[in-house]
Design a protein around this ligand. Sequence first.
Ligand SMILES: Nc1nc2c(ncn2[C@@H]2O[C@H](COP(=O)(O)OP(=O)(O)O)[C@@H](O)[C@H]2O)c(=O)[nH]1
Ligand SMILES: [Mg+2]
Length: 308
Amino acid sequence: MKLIITIPAYNEEKTIAKVIREIPKRISGIKKIEIIVVDDGSTDNTAKIAKQNGAIVIKHTCNRGLAKAFKTGLNAALARGADIIVNTDADFQYNQKQIPELIKPILEGKADIVLGSRFKGWIEEMPLSKRLGNKLATAVVRLVTGYKISDAQTGFRAFSREAALRMNVLSDYTYTQETLLIAAEHKLKVVEIPVDFRKRADRSRLISSIWSYAKKAGATILLAYLSYKPLKVFLTLGALLILAGLFAGIKVLMHYFATGLVQPYLPTALLSSLLLILGFEVVIIGLVAEMIKLNRKTLEEILYRLKK
Ligand SMILES: Nc1nc2c(ncn2[C@@H]2O[C@H](COP(=O)(O)OP(=O)(O)O)[C@@H](O)[C@H]2O)c(=O)[nH]1
Ligand SMILES: [Mg+2]
């Protein structure tokens, strides 16, 4: 069994060495351990220090964002023949000594993805706004995936090779929620274990303000959900519009049958037809989106087999 640890890093020269050194040298059930640091266009000494500490360094020529760096790491690990891939952060917030616990469910064949949950574990410090943001985003992910998880934003997670092969992340910004939507789509088994979360010594590289994060993460979740469940979303929306149209139309029809006139209800009649037309259109869009989804599924299957 080969384990590869991937670490996306953006200007983390102060902590990258500590993170690499904390990774266990030997883990029972694992023959070989490799570390890949994805340096996402850092302007400091992150890459140099990572190399000095024995990591394989892959460099982006410019800052492409965490999701792209995650993807680079995952693909590189797959290409190097990883059986299990652990992703962790470069900021020394997670405790790498917990990697053996994190990969245990995969080694035992009990999970495809293991999330290190901070909320089930120990959190040294997390501002209230971030705590609430995490809870809210997790609630949304729980709702759309059906996974009973407590921490959808954790950066400390393990993937089996099979699960990693399925992770076709499209977002630029954050991979955390999208990977779980993909997992649900492929019915992968997701398990959580409690982990420690230390205070960040430096400011966050990812989150400048909780609002900008909410906006970007919200858009990512919405888009991913739409592309996985288009029919459900559009049919619901279309059905609501059609129902509203019928509701408005009934009065007009009743009056028409009684008197042969539409007259006093002309505005209602217009509103009703508008809602009905809109509703049918939304349903048709749903059908088209569903067909596009089938197309994407075929493409992803090809990608999966190609990578395999
Ligand atoms: N590759 C890459 N990594 C990033 C970027 N922004 C943040 N990170 C890394 O992602 C991890 C989590 O970021 P962090 O700033 O700790 O986010 P927070 O813990 O949610 O506040 C750290 O290892 C960062 O170095 C980025 O633009 N590119
Ligand atoms: Mg962090």
